[in-house]
Design a binder for this molecule. Sequence first.
Ligand code: C2E
Ligand code: CA
Ligand code: CA
Length: 854
Amino acid sequence: MSDPAPDSTAATAATAAPATDVVARARRFLLPDYDDRAAAFWTFLVVLGGVALAHATVHAVSQSWLTIGQIAWATACAAWAGMFPVQLPRTRHAFAAGEIFIFVLLLQHGAEAATVAAAAESAIATWRASRRWSSRIASPAIAAISVASCGAALDLAMTAIADGGMVGGALRWAAVLGCAAADFAINTLLLSAVLCVKRREPLRLAPWWRDFSWVGLVTVASASIAAALAFSAEKSSLVAPMMAAPIIALFVGSMRLVFRQQRADDERQQERLETAERHFEDTFTHASIGMALVSGDGSVLRVNPALAMLLGASGDSLVGKSFVSFVDATSASMLPGRFAALLAPGGQHFQLDVRHRDEHGADHCWSLFADVFGSDRRASGCLILQVHDVTARRQAEERLEHIAYHDSLTGLVNRNRFHDMLAAALERSHDNGQARFAVLYLDFDRFKLVNDSLGHQAGDEFLVLVAARIRESVRRGNEVARLGGDEFAILLEGVDAHEDAPRLAERLHAALGRPMMIRGTEVVPTASIGITTSTFGYLAPEDVLRDADIAMYRAKSRGRARHVLFDSSLRAHISEQLTIEAELRRAIETEQLGFALQPLNRLAGRQLVGFEALARWRHPERGWISPATFIPIAEDSGLMTPLTERMLDLSCRQLVGWHQRDSALEHLRIHVNVSGSSIGRPGFVKRLEATLAATGLRPSALVLEITESVLMERFDSTIETIGQLRELGVGLSVDDFGTGYSSLSYLSSLPITSLKIDASFVRRMTESRQDAEIVRAVVSLGGALGKKVIAEGIETEAQLKQLKELGCEFGQGYLFAKPLDPVQADALALKLLATGVAAAMPHAAPPRVQADAA
Ligand code: C2E
Ligand code: CA
Ligand code: CA
């Protein structure tokens, strides 16, 4: 058994002594690194071992010559075996077959003989294994102590155990194995104790067992072989010596084989480890991403060049610093906890985005990946961090997200994002009744006018300006979105959202109502606003937007530039609108939609000059539905074109019938109302031409009425069509004149044939001087521009008289006739034929007409 290699770290020089002192010199030579205590312990063991060996030697030589010869032979064998130690795997210790001879001696000649052999074997083995005299002396001494003491105990036990019988045999075996175990324990514990005292460490059993367990096993195995040989020699003096050599050879051979195999495995393992280490070194040094090894408390043990470059410092200067100090405060507050959790049992590697500010003050985003370094979590206590600068990628991601969720023109959030925010607000309001919200839905009233008349760029400018005004009116934390086109929405959140919403709407009207200059033109933006609130218990964001939209439409239909709070009756209203829409579509396709004809008269002499065709709808269940109800619905649902076409077709056929009946009726004209949406449609003129051709009506007999507001709103988009209509020879009349603030310059440049003074002026004219003046102005304007002037809604003789005095030439109204059904209108035309003058028949006409009579 060899002593562990010298321990160079524990060095306590021997205390100084006079150079002349032989003891001191011997001690400096033998025990250069032993302190007093260790030296005393060593000396004690050596003396004790020496005494044991001396006693054993004296006892051995006092035996018979044959015994002395046997002892000498076995001792020589043991010592010779000590020359060929078998290295034990994973320890610094070796085993030699000498143990077997020592135990054979012990069993055959007693403790003293075994002690001599043990000391000799140990001396030879240690001589070869160690250069230190301390070991070369202590090891044989300790071997002598342990074999002498255990051997004496075994001698006693063997004498006490009665020979013969199964029990006696088993007990003898047990005694031998116990003795071997004790010998192993005493020997190795004393060796460890010397080292521990020298290093001033307590003697710990766990490391002792880790180092020496193999030695124990081999010692017990050797003792078993020795016992087998000794016990069989007792029975037959021939068998044992014959078997000894092959058994020992087999034992030692197999031991060598097993241990060599194991050592080879260990070496391969070691090689693998070294290769892995080299690979790691290469990766660590040449990696393009930053890497650091840090201890559990985050202090840097190593950084690679890539990380040093990210930090703008040399690798060495970073060692010892806390990794946490490289990142911003928020990230820094998180990291220590995450590191500790990572090292704790069951800890998981993690990835985290952290912020770093470089020496120039620029902010970077790092993707940090952390894991335990090495495969053994508990043994490691060290973390490996990988750092990737992902600033550019994160910025690109943020930009992409911004694009995905924002409107590029105004920078406001877009419909998708608003939808998500609304969903979140809904969820909050479901979780907590206090988390109320309101949504305002804005739609600008004349955006199309700006877009059409000033161009799309002006339209964009308008949207940017109004978006800014909306944002300024809204408190921070409340989101403004552009839903598309000229539609905006605001999400108001908070306890007071319900009460604040109408107040905000007021503020918006005020802020938006300030005139703005767009490309040199003054524009006064007004918006219609619909409001709904979380009180309606919405489930989906779409429902919220739908109701806000309904309320907004209501605001529009109530005259624009106002706001309307949603209530459930609006929903009913909308669903009725939808029903009417579907029915109207059918009505236009079938004969349900007809027309009434209201006579137009020359005021002087009340002569019939024509008719105005007015749409009439007799619903199978609801009865007569007013144009005031269905015309706006047709307008909103794209039904205006087929409706207008039907009206034109009916009117043209009716008039052609009269023209063909008698030349005295040929001067009759017919006025047909045309909405902005149908005249703005491409192909309108073509279809009109086709209708004229199909019916054979001369174009000059047809007059299209366009309201003044439509004309002004769609000036740019209709001017071309109007030109084409005029070329065709069709007359054009401006309806409801005086209500649309048309600019005189537009008016004079348009090929218009007549102006229709709005009924409201006629009604107020007799009382209001101002209205009378307006009528006078329109009449003189018409005269100056060469356009006919027609007064609408004449109900009294007084109005008629005044209009004539003001110089108005034509008129219509209940005073002459209510709108007539086609049969009544026919009768009126016939009367004209008979009398030459078709006088008014105000009392004869029923208020409503039979549509199907058309
Ligand atoms: P409008 O073009 O200004 O038509 C005149 C309206 O005044 C008609 O109402 C007519 O019945 C009514 N009226 C005529 N004389 C008098 C009177 O002396 N006193 C009063 N209080 N009212 C009088 P109606 O038929 O209900 O039509 C309403 C509006 O519906 C029309 O106003 C027109 O804008 C629209 N409309 C009717 N038919 C059509 C159509 O075929 N196409 C288009 N685009 N709009 C139509
Ligand atoms: Ca009209
Ligand atoms: Ca009118």
